[in-house]
Design a protein around this ligand. Sequence first.
Ligand code: ASP
Ligand code: MG
Length: 426
Amino acid sequence: MLVYKFGGASVKDAAAFRNIFRILSSLPAQEKPVVVVSAMGKTTNALEQVFKLAFQESDYTEAWQQMRQYHQTVVQELFPEFGHPVHQALEEQFRFLENTLKTIRPQVQYDEQYDQLISGGEILSSLILHHFLSSQGYQNQWLDCRPYLRTDATWREGRVDWEYTQQQMATHLPPLLENGALITQGFIGGTSTGRTTTLGREGSDFSAAIFAYCLKAESLTIWKDVPGLLNADPKLFRDTIRYEEIAYQEAIEMAYYGASVIHPKTVQPLAQQCIPLHVKSFLHPDQPGTVIWNCQHDRIAPSFILKQNQCLLSFHTKDFGFITEQHLSTIFQALSHHRLKINLMQNSAISFSTCVDADEARVEAVKEALAQEFLILYNQPLHLYTIKNYDQPSLEKLTHGREILLEQRSRQTFQFVCRPTQEFPH
Ligand code: ASP
Ligand code: MG
């Protein structure tokens, strides 16, 4: 059994849907994959915009209509015939989302309401794909993943209930797969009370890994608009190279440092079950791409990773006392409580510094929580660069001419925080 994941770029317009059909129909007839899709193009960003307006009680009609129109245009191109059932399916989903929008209140928790609306993007794209494949004679069923992929109520970052999810998927999905491929959503899950959760931005890769793990798939393929796993993001760096194969651990570390090609949580479940992960180009499906698996290799070419929009926070004791374990514990508790992730940290005699994502609300909450005990300095927006498997030339090339605010190195990894420069690619 295979799991295929198609991201936003691979469902961004009518031609992209037709391309998925071509990829799926090139599989042997007996091969019935589980197909996990993201929302179309930049729909999730668009929905976030609509949500923010609704939450502020501002007029969201225009932004909403744009999002709706985008879907309708693609659907009209894919289904020119009048009265196709896809129109009604979409209409129902739009109505549901419009009703959800009307219930959004600034007094109610932001994150929970966010999940109820933002999840709509994946429902829409999966419905369109299902109907389109059927119209082309490709046997498949639409699967609402929420009753199967169970999470707790950590809104916007649902934590998976692995035991329940595996039991549900392993019991109910194989019989369904006998009748054809399953078309389902990435990024979303459901709680035990039937509320919708999301798994964090770009979480569809992780969803696909959850399906692969629970169904003990033969492999997972993530179809992308790049030729495989590269040593840097080609939008940010010149002269990138593609890895033919890399070990799970290497890929996990790259994702951890912010390589955006795969969502950080994706590789771990696959590694646990030795399921190979293929990263391939949906534009050139015959090209080999990259395989991430249980392989042995020597040191690989350096990889370059940039995390933008970072904030450097430093906490100083107010009385010039040393930073103790007690202080660190207080700081860590506040960071964890407000869900601000540490990307880099360092301590000195009387201060502790950490580089975090510059998420305004979360940073403010942490500053407020710790202002009594510490003098807090912060600096943003900054860039955090990581070179994995660095060597002297790669290090010199990247640090040249930059004002470095913080740096750290181990034998394999070099990281530094600096002020942003606009010259991309490097
Ligand atoms: N649509 C979601 C996002 O844009 C999930 C994903 O694409 O992986 O974050
Ligand atoms: Mg995406």
